[in-house]
Design a protein around this ligand. Structure first.
Ligand code: TPW
Ligand code: MG
Length: 569
């Protein structure tokens, strides 16, 4: 017969599936097509969850955030060339954000690619992927699949996590080999992300700095969320008594309502602190590179930095106490060194932060209470703030400009790894991929709060969400455009470059695929519609009508825009 018994022979298809399953990987996010359609079907038949998307970028973003949430590499599976290219943005974004994922793409045979003979979807994918990811490998022989998958897993999660590319040429899948030898060629990765302990001298140096600090501050980065050392991080804040600022995806490591939270007093905390302990937070653009007026007087700061990547130190400003290692090991060592008698941060400083925080919250409060139409960002977010407070285990996905920047400060988070957003690159389009993986990996309800432009980058996945019947409630802040809905074309010929069809009904898109849709005009209507959606567990899209004039250009980062000094008349 044309088939062999699995006792005698195995092949590339089965070796890839067996290698992934052997390493506890149970889910694949992808888009089918030549040469990987059957791989997906066979993986599904062998009990793996295989979720097919409408665009590879969204499958890649799902794989990336699955990695962030589980600490196991998320798997994105694509066809060659165009499918591979569509996955690259997610691979590069994962690498920039330190999310562990593996982009597995089918590819053309080397002999044809290297002779540039014009194969179907021919491209030298490995060469193209290399600069955009942490590591890239190609496998040509079935007996190397085990090692190839093992190397990809270890590269993705060890040290600083990131994106890995694994190139599998079409002919590899149908290559057969002896079944027993095949089984022996598989590798179960031992200790894929080994603990990396800090040098005791680095701990002593860091504690000396903290002990002498008059106005200490802790900054928690998304690395601290990824580490899943939640109790240690909480103990570090509470035992040291040092106020902390959580970066966006670190919110919820301690509840945002925590007495030592300085999130609502961020500018005072950054400007007036004297010693700053960075925990899994890079001094990049999100922290003004550690210099300038954000950080007060030049040279007034002494930075302690915990990071697993030694080369991160001194990237922007001098680090007086580098602590290199994984966050769990480093925080545990700091706590050991602190002992039980640590006197805590100076009371006056803690009080300064507390009063500033309370004042800022009080100033914001009235804006969140307005219950009129049309909504603006503050009044709509005031409603969602209450929903998350009442449903703390829901996962919040968030992207946009005003929709993102204002939600970050207005919606408090109460548990770790519950806020998933655009991260280090500020990339639009992560929304639906993140929402699908958050629902699939955690089983928790997902609330995706989307700018209308941001949603548009991945909006076709509402069909994917309906097809898998996922508990995702999408709220679109529909202000008719990017930043605002009011731009016009001075020549009068076209719509303005940043506006959309006015008063569009995104909710009808969800209904087109069997999901629930609603349009709301007031915060009360919005709150009730979200509660109905989250109680139902059904895919829902709520079109929240926002005043088109309410937003500001580029949200909080308009200053990054170049300005022209030439005014043509
Ligand atoms: C892949 C990519 N392409 C473009 C951009 C530039 C951008 C940043 S924010 C944004 C959308 C803002 O409009 P939205 O309606 O979502 O939000 P709102 O302010 O509430 O109206 C764009 C297009 C980015 N960051 N990434
Ligand atoms: Mg908008």
């Amino acid at each position: 017969s044309e088939f062999y018994s699995p006792q005698e022979l195995t092949d590339g298809f089965h070796l890839v599936i067996d290698a992934l399953k052997l390493n506890g990987i149970t889910t694949i996010y992808g888009v089918p097509g030549i040469p990987i359609t059957d791989l997906g079907r066979m993986a599904q038949a062998e009990g793996m969850r295989v979720l097919s998307f409408r665009h590879e970028q969204n499958a890649g973003n799902a794989a990336a955030i699955a990695g962030f949430l589980t600490k196991k590499p998320g798997i994105c599976l694509t066809v060659s060339a165009p499918g591979f290219l569509n996955g690259l943005t997610a691979l590069a974004n994962a690498t920039t954000n330190c999310f562990p994922m593996i982009l597995i793409s089918g590819s053309s045979e080397r002999e044809i690619v290297d002779l540039q003979q014009g194969d179907y979807e021919e491209m030298d994918q490995l060469a193209i992927a290399k600069p955009l990811c942490k590591a890239a490998f190609r496998v040509l022989h079935a007996c190397d699949i085990g090692i190839g998958i093992a190397r990809a897993i270890r590269a993705a999660v060890s040290g600083r996590p990131g994106g890995v590319y694994l190139d599998l040429p079409a002919k590899l899948f149908s290559q057969v080999m002896d079944a027993e030898a095949g089984a022996k060629s598989l590798v179960k990765v031992i200790d894929a992300a080994p603990a990396q302990l800090p040098a005791p001298s680095s701990i002593a140096r860091a504690l000396e700095e903290l002990k002498n600090a008059k106005r200490p501050l802790i900054v928690l980065g998304k690395g601290a969320a990824y580490a899943q050392a939640d109790d240690l991080v909480r103990e570090l804040v509470e035992r040291s008594g040092i106020p902390y600022v959580p970066m966006s995806m670190a919110k919820g490591l301690l509840p945002d309502t925590h007495p030592l939270s300085a999130g609502a007093a961020r500018s005072t905390a950054l400007k007036d602190s004297d010693v700053v302990l960075l925990v899994g937070a890079r001094l990049n653009w999100l922290l003004s590179h550690g210099k300038g007026k954000t950080w007060g007087e030049p040279g007034s700061k002494r930075f302690i930095q915990i990071d697993i990547e030694p080369r991160e130190m001194d990237s922007n400003v001098e680090i007086v106490a580098p602590v290199v290692g994984d966050i769990g090991s480093c925080v545990a060592a700091l706590l050991d060194g602190m002992g039980k008698e640590w006197k805590g941060a100076p009371a006056e400083w803690v009080e300064t932060i507390r009063t500033k925080r309370e004042a800022n919250i009080a100033k914001m409060a009235p804006k969140l209470m307005k219950n009129t139409a049309p909504m603006d960002f503050h009044s709509a977010l005031g409603a969602l703030r209450t929903v998350i407070k009442e449903r703390p285990d829901a996962i919040l996905v968030n992207e946009g400009a005003n929709t993102l920047d204002l939600a970050r400060g207005i919606i408090d988070m109460y548990q770790p790894r519950k806020r998933l957003d655009v991260g280090t690159w500020g990339v639009m389009g992560i929304g639906m991929g993140f929402a699908v993986a958050a629902a699939v990996e955690t089983g928790k309800p997902v609330l995706a709060v989307e700018g209308d432009s941001a949603f548009g980058f991945s909006g076709m996945e509402v069909e994917t969400i309906c097809r898998y019947n996922l508990p995702i409630c999408i709220v679109i802040f529909n202000n008719n455009g990017i930043y605002r809905g009011t731009d016009t074309d001075p020549t009068g010929r076209d719509p303005g470059t940043t506006v959309f069809v006015p008063d569009s009904r995104y909710d009808k898109m969800m209904e087109a695929f069997g999901g629930a849709g609603a349009q709301v005009f007031t915060p009360d209507e919005l709150k009730r519609a979200v509660e109905t959606a989250m109680d139902s567990g059904k895919p829902t899209l709520i079109n929240a009508v926002i005043d088109p004039s309410a937003g500001s250009e580029s949200g909080n980062i308009g200053s990054l825009n170049p300005q022209s000094v030439i005014k043509r008349k």
